[in-house]
Write a protein that binds this ligand. Structure first.
Ligand code: NAP
Length: 340
């Protein structure tokens, strides 16, 4: 039995052991540190917190592992000179955190109440009280929502040029979107691709002027204005995309090896909306790098990062959050009110 499974079994019993079977009392479990999310940020926080004897519990969600589960080869995570598959990398993260005693549960946190310490979480039919919480729920790339898009994700369709661009050397690529992300992805992809077609649903980019200028000046980028992608085709890998002209309704097909969807990300902050400071887009605002506006709640990884968005930066911020949480909880135990 793996240590994570063993950990699942040694979950402490409900406090309210006197309840009768027919009274509906929600059991309460107390934890020192709860980590929500199981991407590089959450599992690195779990590793550091476990090694600091904080007995962290990780609610990894029913879709564990974060965005790397959607990638194939990861070649830019340091320490793996031959690259590693995204899901394998996340499996390593998980195994390493569990090895030091992090409890990892395949559950989604349903609600998080930050109005009093300890914080209260509803998860798996239980109320869990936590002295400290690290929010590592990540951000989700927006997808077009087309039939077969998910099937071909990682097989030609991607939401991360930094992760997957290298596999498209001398290939034909399309990028969808008109914001800074799309332009940045398109520019990056010209390092590899023979040709990059930027497909935008309007006739004007949303991207900042300087980025737009750079894209226009790049001979390898062609623009397809007023166009939407209507479908994606391919058996084992992407072969072509269907297009529709939003002005004329004319339909066409474009043969491409890669399609990068860059229509924005959504930070997964629904649990804390209205309880902590978020920016206009919904990212958690942090200070001292990983502290949120609520003492005792840290945010690490893509949930608070709209700029770098890399596995290695997420892991770094997870480490920072765990170390800061450990120092903070230790200071509280000694009655020292820590500055926040
Ligand atoms: P964004 O600014 O929200 O742009 C999203 C783009 O995708 C828009 O052009 C939008 O079209 C298009 N879009 C949205 N939904 C679509 C759909 N279903 N089908 C087709 N197109 C769709 O998102 P972002 O580019 O990810 O940028 C987010 C934030 O990060 C921005 O503040 C940006 O400045 C910042 N950022 C900065 C940098 C940098 O400075 N290097 C790099 C990346 C991101 P419309 O224009 O028609 O709405």
């Amino acid at each position: 039995m793996g240590s994570a499974q063993a950990a699942l079994l040694k979950d402490s019993p409900p406090k309210d052991s006197a309840r009768s079977p027919d009274t509906e009392v929600t059991p309460v479990t107390e934890r020192e540190l709860v980590i929500i999310g199981s991407g590089p940020a959450g599992l690195t926080a779990a590793l550091y917190a476990a090694r600091a004897n904080l007995a962290p519990v990780v609610y990894e969600g029913t879709q564990s592992g974060g965005q790397l589960m959607l990638t194939t080869e990861v070649e830019n995570y340091p320490g793996f000179p031959d690259g590693i598959l995204g899901p394998d990398l996340m499996d390593n993260f998980r195994t390493q955190a569990a090895r030091f005693g992090a409890e990892i549960h395949p559950l989604d946190v349903e609600s998080l109440d930050l109005s009093t310490r300890p914080f209260a979480l509803e998860v798996g039919g239980e109320t869990v009280q936590a002295q400290a919480v690290i929010l590592a729920t990540g951000a989700s790339a927006k997808w077009l929502g087309l039939p077969d898009e998910a099937r071909l994700a990682g097989r030609g369709i991607s939401t991360c040029a930094t992760c997957d661009g290298f596999f498209f050397r001398d290939k034909e690529i399309a990028v969808v979107g008109g914001g800074d992300s799309a332009v940045e992805e398109a520019l990056f992809l010209t390092k590899f691709a023979g040709k990059v077609t930027l497909i935008h649903r309007r006739d004007q980019l949303r991207a900042s002027k300087i980025m737009a200028e750079r894209a226009r000046a790049n001979e390898r980028i062609a623009f397809l204005w007023n166009s939407i992608v209507t479908d994606v085709h391919g058996e084992d890998k992407l072969e072509s995309i269907g297009l529709e002209d939003t002005q004329t309704g004319a339909r066409s097909t474009l043969a491409v090896d890669g399609l990068f969807v860059a229509i924005g990300h959504e930070p997964n902050t629904a649990l804390v909306k209205g309880q902590i400071d978020l920016d206009d887009v919904g990212y958690a605002i942090t200070h001292a790098d990983v502290r949120t506006s609520v003492p005792g709640l840290w945010a690490a990884g893509d949930v608070q990062d709209s700029v770098w968005r890399q596995a290695v930066t997420a892991a770094g911020s997870g480490c920072m959050a765990a170390i800061d949480a450990e120092r903070h909880l230790e200071a509280e135990k000694f009655g020292v009110a820590p500055a926040w």
